[in-house]
Design a protein around this ligand. Structure first.
Ligand code: F0G
Length: 456
């Protein structure tokens, strides 16, 4: 029988108190924070859904492994354990640890991307895009048409538009250092990419002799969606599916802060050795010796355990169950969300929810701010604050005005989600009272992290 409750597939061994503040306190906090939720102290947030990155609750096995880590500068036993796990899961021989995902991006791009290069992906994540653009390269998003429409229900909205990719590879022949695909596609709503699509991208890359790299932070969630959604994949072990994905590419960049189930860490893993020596030399310059790469050995141990735990199917079923529970609950409250729900987050379509707030007044930021003011829930705008400013400084509204409710792994229970849903329902009932925001101060890059706002 189908049960209504999501059973968390773990017992809780360590707990921490949930911060509570009054609405009046949060109003003062918002004003001091310039209405930017990145500026709010975590101690003033009750439910922190800002990101699923680095916010995982680690397991007893991970904490135990950290205690036996070998903190030697060179040749640490913990590195070889980490390397063995990454090799076994990905099939890639060359494993380069970094302190997090964007360090892996910066390292690889600074060696293999030149000004004027064109780098396609389904959607580049914002740090990926910024790391390419600051080198003078052009980051291009080629997600399929379904991926741009929040209302279409399609099983693999993270898929690359293969026809456009082929035309792109013809047009920019000679200036494409590699093709990327983000699994799952965070910027496009945490949507998965099918094996069939990865196969098609891989075949194009081989035909055009261009390396194919996965941005694989959420590889396990992507593999789970392939298992439950792609024809012919249902009975397969999710580990085999993950391996099939990696087999189609030449390497991956990974922020272990997601499906590594850890609070810090990342890596580059590559099938072939041609780039490895340069990467390791540069790693020593910027991150650390090749057997720790900016991490403590205890972090490498925690990642090694986490990468195996994340492929447990009971965990992945629960993980996908939580996201759809939140999305379905929001749907009942009348909140339009991106369909189907993604792996790590639920995305609210603020343009549809708040049609009275124009893109230039940031409807998604306005909704995120109200969820914090009224309920202490911290979420993240993914709309015109994040993407509306062009490299030349002009404003072009983002394709979508989304609010991301990202779900930390193994942190909140079903009762927490029920409580949040009650609060959000109350906000939705008085949504016509919500007002937009204007930016009063912003930096040149990645403005959403530090910009300050004021109510319109
Ligand atoms: N690629 C993707 C797809 C990501 O989602 C992130 C981070 C990165 C790369 C960069 O990794 O944070 O370890 O440097 N995403 C976080 C988020 C920040 O909230 O979505 P990092």
């Amino acid at each position: 029988m189908q049960r209504r409750s999501i059973i968390e597939p773990f017992k809780i061994k360590i707990v921490e108190p949930l911060p509570r503040r009054s609405v009046a306190e949060r109003e003062r906090i918002l004003e001091a924070a310039g209405w930017n939720l990145f500026n709010v102290h975590a101690a003033d947030v009750t439910f922190d859904l800002l990101t699923d990155s680095g916010t995982t609750a680690m397991s007893a096995a991970q904490w135990g492994a950290m205690m036996v880590a070998d903190e030697s500068y060179a040749g640490s036993r913990s590195f070889y354990r980490f390397e063995e796990v990454v090799r076994r899961i990905t099939g890639y021989d060359h494993v380069i640890p970094t302190h997090q995902g964007r360090a892996a991006e910066h390292l690889l791009f600074s060696l293999h991307v030149r000004a004027g290069d064109h780098v396609p992906s389904n959607n580049h994540f914002d740090t990926t895009r910024a790391n390419l653009e600051q080198l003078g390269a052009i980051a291009v998003d080629l997600v399929c048409a379904e991926g741009k429409d929040p209302t279409v229900d399609h099983p693999f909205k993270g898929n690359v538009d293969v026809g456009r990719l082929e035309a792109f590879l013809v047009e920019y022949s000679g200036s494409v250092p590699f093709v990327m695909t983000t699994i799952t596609n965070n910027t496009g709503g945490g949507q998965p990419v099918s094996l069939a699509n990865l196969r098609a991208v891989s075949a194009l890359c081989r035909r055009f002799r261009v390396p194919f790299l996965l941005d694989a932070c959420r590889f396990a969630e992507n593999a789970w969606f392939i298992k439950v959604r792609e024809p012919g994949q249902t009975g397969r072990d999710v580990r085999e599916i993950a391996r099939d994905m990696f087999d189609l590419a030449d390497g991956c960049l990974v922020s272990a802060k997601k499906d590594g189930l850890v609070n810090i860490g990342g890596f580059i893993a590559l099938r072939g050795g041609t780039w490895v020596q340069d990467l390791r030399s540069r790693l020593i310059l910027t991150e650390g010796f090749p057997t720790y790469g900016g991490l403590a050995a205890r972090d490498l141990e925690a990642i090694a355990v986490g990468l195996d735990e994340v492929l447990d199917e009971a965990y992945l079923e629960y993980r996908a169950g939580v996201t759809s529970y939140l999305a379905d609950g929001l749907g009942r409250a009348g909140v339009p969300t991106m369909r189907p729900p993604g792996g790590h987050a639920v995305y609210i379509d603020a343009r549809a929810l708040l049609p009275h707030i124009p893109p230039a007044e940031f409807p998604a930021q306005a909704f995120a701010v109200e969820c914090y003011r009224a309920e202490g829930i911290r979420s993240c705008e993914i709309g015109s604050v994040m993407f509306g400013k062009q490299p030349d400084g002009t404003f072009v509204p983002a394709a979508m005005e989304l609010v991301r409710f990202a779900i930390p792994r193994r942190v909140y229970t079903q009762a927490h989600f029920d409580y949040m849903l009650e609060g959000i329902t109350e906000i939705v009932d008085r949504r016509t009272e919500l007002r937009g925001l204007k930016i009063v101060d912003e930096p040149p890059f990645l403005r959403h992290f530090t910009a300050r706002f004021a109510p319109v």
